[in-house]
Design a protein around this ligand. Structure first.
Ligand code: PXP
Length: 239
């Protein structure tokens, strides 16, 4: 069965919307783990719009499953990661004006810098995943620069407006999962996945982990975090 890594960024988004000290992303992480989350994900952004350093430090102490830190490949973030030592870092591109991560990290443009970041993190014993578009050239570079894992960006598939577009995007995902496996990379998937679109991944058993945030936190507002995580785990169990 594929794992479920739960992203709790948007609990912090709600906190920051008021500039006060609740809701608490740490409490959400504990509830997610209680309900069976296999990992907790947070994205420490340069502008600290949701998760902040204090959150990551507390999560490092509290998370019992696996702490996954999403971050840009910058010197500032590298310093923080080497200090806090999450179990895994997922390297993502970051644009100030984006609402959420818009696409995969372009390794064709950033190979040199990302290679150095991967090496520094790995030498500190941190597993490294690279968030990339479902593109064979990108996956080959991720392998070449010694990443442990890739996370295939599923946003274009999940947001596709027509069946034709959806089909085309899914073929790209299938091909990417297969090539990733062939290159012995652990293959994860994430972005835009909800309680409907998760079902489309049925039969694609080579995916090791799904990283899901918005849809789970959105459901948690109505059902509570534990129920929201249990519902998603149940769907993943059936894939
Ligand atoms: N994976 C990565 C690399 C992301 O940046 C995000 C969003 O923070 C997610 C997965 C989760 O996406 P969503 O919130 O749409 O489930």
């Amino acid at each position: 069965m594929a794992h479920l890594a739960v992203n709790v960024d948007h609990v912090a988004t709600l906190r920051e919307a008021r500039g006060i000290n609740y809701p608490e992303p740490i409490a959400a992480a504990v509830a997610a783990e209680t309900a069976g989350a296999d990992g907790i994900v947070v994205h420490l952004r340069e502008d600290r719009r949701h998760i902040n350093e204090r959150d990551v430090r507390l999560l490092r102490k509290i998370v019992q499953s696996k702490l996954i830190l999403e971050m840009g490949a910058t010197n500032e973030m590298l310093g923080i990661a080497l200090d806090i030592k999450p179990d895994c870092v997922t390297l993502v591109p970051e644009k100030k004006e984006e609402l959420s991560t818009e696409g995969g990290l372009d390794l064709i443009t950033h190979e040199h810098n990302v290679r150095e970041t991967v090496a520094s993190l790995k030498s500190a014993g941190i597993d490294v995943c690279i968030f990339i578009d479902p593109d064979l050239d990108q996956i080959k570079i991720a392998h070449k620069i010694d990443a442990d894992m890739i996370e295939i960006h599923t946003g274009a598939f999940c947001d596709a407006k027509t069946e034709r577009q959806k089909k085309r995007e899914f073929i790209r995902i299938i091909d990417s999962v297969k090539i990733g496996n062939k290159l012995k990379l652990e293959v994860n998937a994430g972005h835009g996945i909800c309680y409907n679109s998760i079902k489309d991944f049925a039969g694609l058993h080579e995916i090791n982990e799904f990283s899901i945030g918005h849809s789970i936190v959105a459901r948690a507002i109505l059902t509570g975090m534990e129920q929201a995580v249990r519902d998603m785990k149940e769907l993943i169990l059936r894939l």
